[in-house]
Write a protein that binds this ligand. Structure first.
Ligand SMILES: Cc1cc2nc3c(=O)[nH]c(=O)nc-3n(C[C@H](O)[C@H](O)[C@H](O)COP(=O)(O)OP(=O)(O)OC[C@H]3O[C@@H](n4cnc5c(N)ncnc54)[C@H](O)[C@@H]3O)c2cc1C
Length: 460
């Protein structure tokens, strides 16, 4: 626990109203989207980089762990205060500072909610593509720290492809700026890329310069229901093989569809064993051509039904099917393990077959959905952790799935990060030399190990 003297020093920095040690606040900031709970000793809501710098200097002097946090929607425990200390919440840094229509860039603070930035730029005919399914509540700071992806990444890339520059408070309190406003820049090491995806372990991001695109003129959404998972997986390969890159190519298996049916009032035919949500965008005439070609390509692959949205409202209704997946699965099984593997997209059908085989052999339900267009599957292992032996079976399934993923040339995390939950598996993917290099960077920037300790590398 923090003693009165330290609390007074924190109050001096952020003001009395912006630090709390109440049980309710400590409880509220003890969780993220994993099922784990770790209470901070105090919650602090700084107003700017200067205050964060002073907090980090104090934390170094007093050896207090500090855990940066945006909306707490992370799926790997990245924001959890596993050693107590301070939950440093960025929600007060919530200004969109400028949208530059000549240079197609935006500058924002980290606490801005992803969708708020998207709507602000879209009102000006501009486009910020990264769209995690959590965009209605996740923050830009959390997106940058996790290098968030989302459905549109198949065509437009992930968060790192849009971050041009950052302002960051380093673990010992120095404030630095990396990158800039230009589309090019090769002066020195690329610290911006290093910080994107660093999961709050190398610095607290306080300003973000983002690249924008012109907003596509039109889009068309197709919901395609298949009678088998194999048909859907083949459709993904066939669409991409035909040199069509849709803006999104999302997939759900039969059990995911069942969960959505049980948890919502969405109507999906019983014969549907898999579905794809395919969205194409571009100018009005090209999207009609693309949609028509996609219809032809998928038709022989066991299609049960195709729904094509004619209006923005109908498109939103189709997307509602996808956005309801995570909450629906959580409703059906709050204890599930949620993995986030990514394989080269041509290997997707093979990967799905391997997961089905593991599920059948270990007799453990495994539900798959996700960003099929970039080979990124959210693998949900549905267990009742209270039942004897179930947790062990789930762990065995995870190890086998990770081994198969790596064998197919994939990665164990496409977008959710390592945080706490995947830390034990890092040696499966990274060679010892690479891990040593990462640890050396962490040690150089954070010699007292006060910023997000215990994350990414187990022994931190
Ligand atoms: C329903 C649901 C759907 C989701 N869908 C997707 C998806 O499609 N794609 C995807 O990629 N993720 C998805 N996620 C995961 C999550 O929303 C993302 O990882 C998101 O980027 C986290 O943002 P956040 O603001 O909640 O960050 P938090 O969870 O608060 O923090 C995440 C990490 O970022 C660090 N951090 C936060 N702010 C800062 C900062 N300013 N400086 C430095 N470090 C910081 C934290 O320490 C932590 O390590 C989903 C989550 C949910 C619950």
């Amino acid at each position: 626990m923090l003693d009165r003297r330290i609390l007074r020093l924190i109050q001096d920095i952020v003001g009395e109203a912006y630090v709390s040690t109440t049980d309710s606040d400590r409880l509220c900031y003890s969780y993220d989207a994993t099922q784990r709970r770790h209470r901070p000793d105090a919650v602090v809501w700084p107003a700017d980089a200067e205050q964060i710098s002073r907090l980090l200097k104090l934390a170094n002097a007093e050896q207090i762990p500090v855990y940066p946090r945006g909306a707490g929607s992370g799926f790997s425990g990245g924001s959890l205060p596993i050693q107590g200390g301070l939950a440093l919440v960025t929600t007060r840094l919530n200004r969109i500072l400028r949208i530059d229509q000549e240079n197609l860039i935006a500058e924002a603070e980290p606490g801005v909610v992803t969708e708020d930035l998207q709507q602000a730029v879209e009102a000006l005919g501009l486009f910020y593509p990264p769209d995690p399914a959590s965009l209605k509540f996740s923050t830009l700071g959390g997106n940058v720290a996790e290098c968030a992806g989302g459905p549109r990444c198949v065509k437009y890339g992930v968060t790192k492809d849009y971050v041009l520059g950052l302002e960051v408070v380093l673990p010992q309190g120095d404030i630095i700026r990396t990158g800039g406003e230009t589309m090019k820049g090769v002066v020195g090491y690329d610290l911006t890329k290093l910080l994107v995806g660093s999961e709050g372990t190398l610095g607290v991001i306080t300003r973000i310069i983002l690249k924008l695109l012109p907003l596509p003129e039109a889009k068309k959404t197709l919901l395609v229901l298949f009678d088998s998972i194999d048909g859907a997986a083949k459709a993904v390969a066939a669409v991409i093989g035909a040199k069509i890159i849709p803006a999104t190519l999302e997939f759900m298996d039969a059990t995911t569809i069942d969960c959505v049916r049980r948890a919502t009032d969405l109507e999906l035919p019983a014969a549907a064993r898999a579905l794809l949500i395919i969205e194409v965008d571009g100018d009005a005439s090209s999207i009609e051509i693309q949609a028509g070609r996609i219809e032809q390509i998928v038709a022989p692959l066991g299609v049960v039904d195709i729904r094509i949205a004619a209006t923005a409202e109908e498109s939103e209704a189709l997307w509602q099917v996808r956005r309801s997946v995570s909450p629906s699965l959580r409703k059906v099984n709050p204890d599930k393990f949620n993995e986030d593997i990514c394989v080269p997209r041509s290997r997707l059908p093979e990967m799905i077959r391997i997961i089905e085989e593991i599920s059948a052999r270990l007799q453990i339900p495994i539900i798959n959905f996700g960003h099929a267009g970039d080979g990124n599957i959210h693998v949900n292992i549905m267990v009742d952790k209270a039942e004897p032996g179930q947790k062990q079976k789930a762990e065995q399934a995870i190890e086998e799935i990770f081994a198969a993923t790596l064998k197919l040339g994939g990665t164990i995390s496409g977008e959710h990060g390592i945080g706490l939950t995947k830390a034990p598996y890092i040696p499966l993917e990274l060679e010892t030399g690479a891990v040593a290099c990462m640890k050396a960077i962490k040690q150089a920037l954070d010699p007292n190990n006060i910023l997000n300790p215990g994350k990414i590398f187990l022994e931190n």
